[in-house]
Design a protein around this ligand. Structure first.
Ligand SMILES: Nc1ncnc2c1ncn2[C@@H]1O[C@H](COP(=O)(O)OP(=O)(O)OP(=O)(O)O)[C@@H](O)[C@H]1O
Length: 642
C-alpha cells in the first residue's frame, strides 16, 4: 500500500502544462495569479473545488513553481484552529517576501475546518483573505463546506472529473517510465474504472503492475479495483429492468450508501413511473417498498447494526424494480435528490446566521449561542433605522449577505445596498483616522467586558434638521479603553437584563427570530409496518432486530412472491458482512424518508441547477450558482457493501 502511494507522488505534475484535463480551470487560475503580478486583484483568494484525485493540490503547487513563488501550506494534518491559522497563514499573508516575489498560501481541505472548536478557524480565514497581501488558494471537495462569507470573498474554480480518454496518455507515460509493457486495453480499463480520479487510476496501475513486466486485461481482473457503477446507469437498471439480480448488482457497484441511494430512488421514482392516464399504482407500490427500506435504515442508524443495510437495499432496489406493472420506455433525466439541495441551503443559512451571531457576540462579550438566541432580534430591529443600520454594518463588519439576512430581507434591495456602501465608506474613514490601525477585532483585556457596555450613549431622540430621528452617536466608541470597539446605536443599555431577555435566556431553542430563518425540513415520519410472511432470507441473528422494527421477517421475500423475476431466493445471494468502521465518520443525517419523499410524488422542481460557464469536455467551470449538494461530509465511506 505504501508503494501505491509512491507512484502517484512520484508522477505528481510539476508544471501547469503537465496537469491532465481541466484546462479551463487551470487557465482561470493562471489568469487570476497573473493579476497578482501587477497589483492586488479584486478577489484575493481562489477556491479550487471538485472531487478527490483530479489534481487540485497539484495544480496549486504547479502554479507556484511556474511563477517561482514561495509556498506556505496548511493541510488537514496540521492543527487548524483560529490561532494557528492566524499565526501561520495570517503572518505569511500580511508580510512581503524578502526578495519581493510572491508567496502562495495554500489551505488544503479547507472544507474540513468545521465544528465548534474550529468555528473561529473559518472566521480567521475570512479575515485573512480580506486583508492579504499574498495570493491564497483554498482547496475543497465540497464548496458548501465553506462559509458563505469565505465563498463570497473567493473566486470559485471548479475542477471536474478527469475524463478517461485524458487519463490514458498519462497512464501510458507512467508505464513507459516504469518500463512496463501495458496493453492498450488494460490501460483503457484502468482509466475507465477510476471514475474520473486520476490518483486512483495511478494507484490501480501500480497495484496491478507490481511484480510484473507486462500487463494485460486479465491481470486486472484480480488486482484491479471494482469498477464503479455510475449512479445514472444504476438508476436505469433499477427502474427499467425487472431482473432484481441485475438491479442489485448495479447498486452494489455504486459508491453510494443505501442511505443516499434511497434518496435517489425517491427523487426519481415518480417521474420514471408517471403514466399518462394518471394511474399512480406503480408509484404507490414503489414508495411502499421505499418506506419499508427506510425502516431498516432507521434501525441501522439507531443500533449501528449495519447488517440491516442488506435488507434495506433489497427492499429499495428490488422493490422498486418489481413494483412496475408495465414497461416505462423513454428517456428520463435522473435528478440528484432535491432534499440534499435544500439541506445544503439550510446549512448555508445556519452558517450565515452563526457568523452574524459570532460578530454580534464578539462586540457584546457574549457567546455566539447567547447572541444568537438573545441579541440577533434586537440587532435586526435596530437595522430598521437607516443611520443605525450603517453604524451596525460598519461596526460589526457585516457583509452584504449578512446584512440582508439580519434585516430579514430576501434580496439586496437598493436601501440595503446603500446602507452597505455607506458602511464601507465609514470603515474606510475609520481606517484612515486610526492611521492604518485595525478597526475591528482589537482584543479587549479580560475582565472589562461588561463595563465596556457603559460607553453606549443614551441618545434615543435626536432632533435633526427639525425632524425627529433615532440617529445614534458614537463618540469615542472605537477608542474605548482596552481597544474594544463599541457600537453606539443611541440606545440605553440598561444595567439589568430585561424580563424579555431573561425569558429568552432560558430558552434553549436554537431558533432565531429575524424573519426568514431556516425552516425545519425534517419531520419524523411514522410508517406502518406491513405484513410479511416468510423468513427464508433472514439469518437467525437478525430476526430479533427485524421483529423489533415491527415488520414481519418475510418482508424481503414478499418481493419475490409478487414478481417471479426476482432471482434472489436464498441467503447466498445476500450481501456479505459490512465493514461498520467504514461508516463511523458519517455525519448524522435524518434517516427517515422525509415528508418530501411522499410529496415528491406530486411535484419536484426540475430546473437545471447549475449554470455552467465551462468547458464541457472536462466539466470545469467557474461557479456562479448553487448546485444541489448532499450535506454529508466527504469523509463518509459510502459502500453499498455486500
Ligand atoms: N489532473 C491531474 N494531472 C496530473 N496528475 C494528476 C491529476 N490529478 C491527479 N493526479 C495525480 O494524483 C495525485 C493526487 O493529485 P492531487 O493531490 O492534486 O489531487 P486533489 O484533487 O488535490 O485530491 P484531494 O482532493 O484528495 O486532495 C497527484 O500526485 C498526481 O499523481
Amino acid at each position: 500500500m505504501t508503494l501505491a502511494i509512491e507512484w502517484a507522488e512520484k508522477y505528481r505534475p510539476q508544471t501547469l502544462k503537465e496537469i491532465v484535463g481541466n484546462k479551463k480551470a487551470v487557465q482561470y487560475l493562471r489568469t487570476w495569479a497573473e493579476k497578482w503580478l501587477s497589483g492586488i486583484p479584486d478577489r484575493r483568494a481562489v477556491v479550487l473545488h471538485g472531487p478527490a484525485g483530479v489534481g487540485k493540490t497539484s495544480t496549486a503547487h504547479a502554479l507556484a513553481r511556474d511563477l517561482d513563488w514561495e509556498v506556505i501550506e496548511l493541510n488537514a494534518s496540521d492543527q487548524r484552529t483560529a490561532g494557528v491559522i492566524e499565526r501561520v497563514a495570517g503572518s505569511a499573508a500580511s508580510m512581503n517576501t524578502f526578495f519581493g516575489g510572491k508567496r502562495l498560501i495554500i489551505l488544503d481541505e479547507a472544507d474540513n475546518i468545521h465544528g465548534t472548536a474550529d468555528r473561529g478557524g473559518m472566521r480567521a480565514i475570512a479575515g485573512i483573505i480580506k486583508n492579504t497581501l499574498q495570493p491564497i488558494v483554498l482547496i475543497a471537495n465540497d464548496i458548501y463546506g465553506l462559509t458563505p462569507t469565505i465563498r463570497n470573498l473567493c473566486l470559485e474554480i471548479k475542477f471536474g472529473s478527469v475524463q478517461s480518454r485524458s487519463m490514458v496518455p498519462a497512464l501510458k507515460k507512467v508505464c513507459e517510465s516504469e518500463d512496463i509493457l501495458c496493453s492498450p486495453d488494460a490501460i483503457q480499463q484502468i482509466a475507465e474504472g477510476a471514475g474520473g480520479d486520476l490518483r486512483s487510476a495511478i494507484n490501480d496501475l501500480q497495484a496491478a503492475a507490481t511484480g510484473r513486466k507486462t500487463l494485460e486485461v486479465e491481470d486486472l481482473s484480480t488486482s484491479g479495483r471494482d469498477v464503479k457503477e455510475n449512479i445514472f446507469k444504476a438508476m436505469q437498471r433499477i427502474f427499467k429492468s425487472t431482473d432484481c439480480k441485475k438491479a442489485l448488482e448495479a447498486a452494489r457497484g455504486l459508491d453510494e450508501s443505501p442511505e443516499d441511494l434511497v434518496h435517489w430512488i425517491d427523487e426519481n421514482l415518480p417521474f420514471q413511473y408517471a403514466s399518462k392516464d394518471g394511474n399512480l399504482e406503480d408509484i404507490k407500490t414503489g414508495f411502499g417498498y421505499l418506506s419499508k427500506a427506510d425502516l431498516y435504515l432507521g434501525r441501522v442508524k439507531k443500533r449501528q447494526n449495519y447488517r440491516m443495510w442488506r435488507y434495506a437495499s433489497m427492499l429499495m432496489v428490488c422493490g422498486t424494480s418489481v413494483s412496475k406493472t408495465r414497461p416505462y420506455p423513454g428517456f428520463i433525466k435522473y435528478q440528484p435528490p432535491s432534499l440534499w439541495k435544500k439541506m445544503g441551503q439550510i446549512r448555508s443559512k445556519r452558517d450565515l446566521r452563526d457568523n452574524i451571531a459570532s460578530k454580534v457576540g464578539e462586540h457584546n462579550f457574549e457567546s455566539m449561542r447567547y447572541s444568537r438566541n438573545n441579541l440577533l432580534e434586537l440587532y435586526s430591529r435596530m437595522l430598521k433605522n437607516e443611520e443605525s443600520a450603517i453604524e451596525i454594518t460598519a461596526g460589526l463588519g457585516l457583509e452584504l449577505e449578512e446584512l440582508i439576512y439580519l434585516s430579514g430581507s430576501t434580496k439586496a434591495s437598493k436601501k440595503l445596498q446603500k446602507i452597505y456602501e455607506r458602511a464601507q465608506e465609514l470603515l474606510l474613514e475609520g481606517n484612515e483616522e486610526s492611521d492604518g490601525a485595525e478597526f475591528f477585532r482589537t482584543p479587549a483585556p479580560p475582565g472589562n467586558s461588561k463595563e465596556d457596555l457603559s460607553v453606549f450613549s443614551v441618545n434615543n431622540s435626536v432632533e435633526k434638521d427639525g425632524k425627529h430621528s433615532e440617529r445614534l452617536e458614537v463618540p469615542n466608541s472605537r477608542t474605548s479603553q482596552g481597544g474594544q470597539k463599541t457600537l453606539n446605536f443611541g440606545f440605553d443599555i440598561p444595567p439589568e437584563i430585561s424580563p424579555e431577555t431573561k425569558n429568552s435566556e432560558n430558552n434553549t431553542s436554537d431558533t432565531i427570530k429575524p424573519g426568514n430563518l431556516a425552516p425545519d425540513i425534517l419531520a419524523p415520519v411514522t410508517l406502518t409496518p406491513d405484513s410479511f410472511t416468510s423468513d427464508t432470507l433472514i439469518p437467525e441473528q437478525d430476526q430479533a432486530e427485524i421483529d423489533d422494527i415491527g415488520i414481519k421477517s418475510d418482508s424481503l421475500t414478499s418481493i419475490s412472491l409478487e414478481h417471479d423475476s426476482l432471482k434472489v431466493k436464498n441467503s447466498s445471494s445476500l450481501p456479505g458482512p459490512v465493514e461498520k468502521e467504514a461508516f463511523s465518520d458519517s455525519e448524522p443525517i435524518e434517516n427517515s424518508i422525509s415528508p418530501e419523499l411522499s410529496r415528491s410524488v406530486k411535484s419536484v422542481n426540475r430546473e437545471p441547477a447549475i449554470k455552467k460557464v465551462s468547458d464541457n469536455s472536462e466539466k470545469s467551470e467557474v461557479k456562479v450558482s448553487e448546485t444541489p449538494k448532499k450535506v454529508e461530509s466527504k469523509t463518509q465511506k459510502t459502500l453499498f457493501d455486500f
